[in-house]
Design a protein around this ligand. Structure first.
Ligand SMILES: [Mg+2]
Length: 258
């Protein structure tokens, strides 16, 4: 394996790529994202929004065709590019509402700031949100300085979440060199399933719809109740032993969908 070396040839510490999910892992958006989604839908199709958006862990590319179908549009294909562009714009126009109505989850800014200071750690996003919306959400809360969002994986990259993990890893290794550990941190069984399918480490955080037990059952290598124990979470993600190589976890039941 290629070792990372500094400019005078010394071997750098093992490099970790931390791939953060956004919604209910880092923050709660306060419904602003759904409003932007609905406004974009109506702007692009001319159809009044009557959808039920339950995104939890799903990619926007997998969700959008279902939501268009709910409104009688059987082939969403021609709409997707203008819809995602408008969705990004509608979300940006509501950034001030995101900060006012949404909230960061406990420990989040301190954990990201501390990991940002650790050598050999790169943080990015792997989220079902399209790129503009995912980056806009973390920027609304001031988290973007800690994240290399250019090497993330986003919901307009591919409908299948594990592909977002792989694409982010590829982008990150092209930019930063090889990583000895890639860690998905997310709140749903979809985050966990995507990590396992991509062959990387899954850390579940029980601040979303899934309980700690459900995340463990999905095969998470490690499960946290939340990120409030800043020192503990930073130590775990930066240098902790995340996998038991003697008995790698397997999903005891399959997550539904993507
Ligand atoms: Mg989430």
């Amino acid at each position: 394996m290629r070792r990372r070396r500094d400019s005078i040839g010394g071997v750098l510490p093992p490099a970790r790529l931390i791939q953060w999910d956004v919604d209910r892992t880092l923050l709660v958006g306060g419904g602003v994202g759904v409003e932007a989604f609905a406004a974009a839908f109506t702007a692009v199709t001319g159809v009044a929004w009557a959808g039920d958006l339950q995104a939890a862990g799903r990619t926007d590319l997998s969700l959008a065709p279902e939501l268009f179908a709910q409104h009688g549009i059987a082939d969403a294909g021609p709409y997707l590019r203008p819809f995602f562009a408008r969705y990004g714009a509608e979300s940006a126009a509501r950034a001030h509402l995101m900060a006012a109505r949404g909230t960061l989850l406990p420990g989040v800014p301190d954990v990201l700031a501390a990991l940002h200071r650790r050598p050999g750690v790169v943080q990015t996003l792997v989220t079902g949100n399209i790129r503009a919306v995912g980056i806009g959400k973390v920027a609304a809360f001031g988290l973007d300085p800690y994240l290399d969002t250019a090497v993330g994986g986003y919901g307009d990259d591919h409908p299948v979440r594990s592909e977002l993990v792989l694409r982010s890893r590829g982008r990150a290794e092209a930019a930063h060199g090889e990583f000895t550990e890639v860690v998905v941190v997310g709140d749903t069984v979809h985050d966990v399933g995507a990590a396992l399918a991509a062959g990387v480490t899954a850390v579940g955080v029980a601040t979303g719809p899934a309980s700690a037990a459900e995340l463990a059952d999905a095969g998470a290598h490690h499960v946290l109740d939340d990120l409030s124990d800043v020192d503990g979470v930073v130590a775990l993600l930066a240098t902790g032993r995340l996998r038991d190589e003697a008995a790698p976890p397997q999903p005891r039941r399959s997550p539904r969908g993507h």
